[in-house]
Design a protein. Sequence first.
Length: 491
Amino acid sequence: MGDFKHIDDPASGTPITVDSSGKLVVPDDPIIPFIEGDGTGRDIWKASSRVFDAAVDHVFGGKKKIHWFEIYAGEKALNEGKGDEAYGGWISDDTFDAIRRYRVAIKGPLTTPVGGGIRSLNVTLRQVLDLYVCYRPVYSLGEVPSPVRRPDLLNVAIFRENTEDVYAGIEWAEGSSAAKKLIAFLNDELCPSTPHTASKTIRHDSGIGIKPISVTGSKRLIRAAIQHAIEHPRTDGQQTSVTLMHKGNIMKFTEGFFRDVGYVVAREEFRNQTVSERESWILGNKERNPDLSVEDNARMIEPGFDHLSEADQTKVVGEVKLALDLWDTHGDGKWKDMVLVKDRIADSIFQQVLTRPSEYYVIACPNLNGDYISDACAAQVGGLGIAPGANMGDGMILAEATHGTAPKYADKDVINPSSLMLSGCIMFEYMGGGWEKVGAVIKEGIKKTIAQGRVTYDIHRLMAAEGKQATKVKCSEYADAIIENLRSLEL
Ligand code: NAP
């Protein structure tokens, strides 16, 4: 026993550290904690860790090696954790401390305990470790059947805020004394009923949940999204963009506020690398017609301009002037090489990822929107079994399979391990310093294996429905095929 209460320190390897600029310093023998996960977590971890080790070996020719360090959460923490009180419950401080200390970690799916004190182990991990970005890249893996005709047109990176919104877990049951107290306070003090505001009063038999959206939480999430867009520009000829997804037309002071904060971050922190959509219109109008007056430009961006109050007209004219002040850095089409920051209402995004998928690239959104849109996008390219994700904080990442424990398939060696493997790819990319090559090799190995028609039951089922020839393989056989394929890749 060393620094942890219920588990031994890692037997070998060196911790990953962070330098003074916040960059990860990854040794050749990094210690990486992992949580195997419950149910099918056992199957997918076995398969994925073999693929990870084979890819590291292939890329570094034996010069680098991961030292896996098992930590516990979920049923395994209860049943098999070492030490007194079986690891201290569903999760313990050792789990949080290990991830904090070693900075890069990966996990399989966890059972959410029903009842009891813990709402969700996944949400707890994100909140306790302040992993404020939930990063979900969604892209097509080529041959995987999809419910849409052109799944290849969707290639988005979703940045979902991970610590607040209705997920903050601040809620009270209907009839509880806290709910009653709060309802009375809100009705009496903040939104008393009048003939005109009756719709704002809260019914006495309501449950209550709180939706906090802060400057702090929004800024850091959107900052990460814009930074990602700058570092990963589009390569298909279209302008790189960050879309702020919100429902601000209804929830003005939470979702609308998130959007407003987004434009402030772009303007204040990334002025020379970004252009807002409205700035791009103003600059474009001037480029097409250099003699255009400020007022006429304002008319073009605000169709109802002539019917606005004088104060509102002055505001739009001011906006045009400010955008034109950017001429030296952004004008003459220079803005077209910058990151376009735009915003869209949540419901319209849901239809547009289907009807105009290529208009989206990086999507930054509050927690609940992100939960919905990431699963909807994943379905568009082939489903949950292949959708990767990671939770990230400052100098810390916890990669995770995005699906649940799928208990009916547990220990049957049939489940698709691609989600965890591709989440590992995100982890390797985050590590940098050459490790990103490991992720690239794994992704290629998976694509090649699927293209060969060697697929697990879920993809096989989809291929069979389309009349495509394929061989149904076990989870472990799928890993074997990927290893075989990645070893054949030229570096
Ligand atoms: P689930 O485990 O995600 O499984 C639902 C269905 O999705 C499966 O029956 C299977 O569909 C398909 N599926 C999921 N993973 C797959 C994979 N790797 N390969 C192929 N198909 C896959 O959802 P659930 O049954 O609602 O949840 C079970 C438990 O997981 C719950 O305790 C829940 O709280 C937990 N959970 C954990 C996480 C997490 O740890 N991040 C996330 C969500 C849920 P078919 O039956 O059609 O083949």
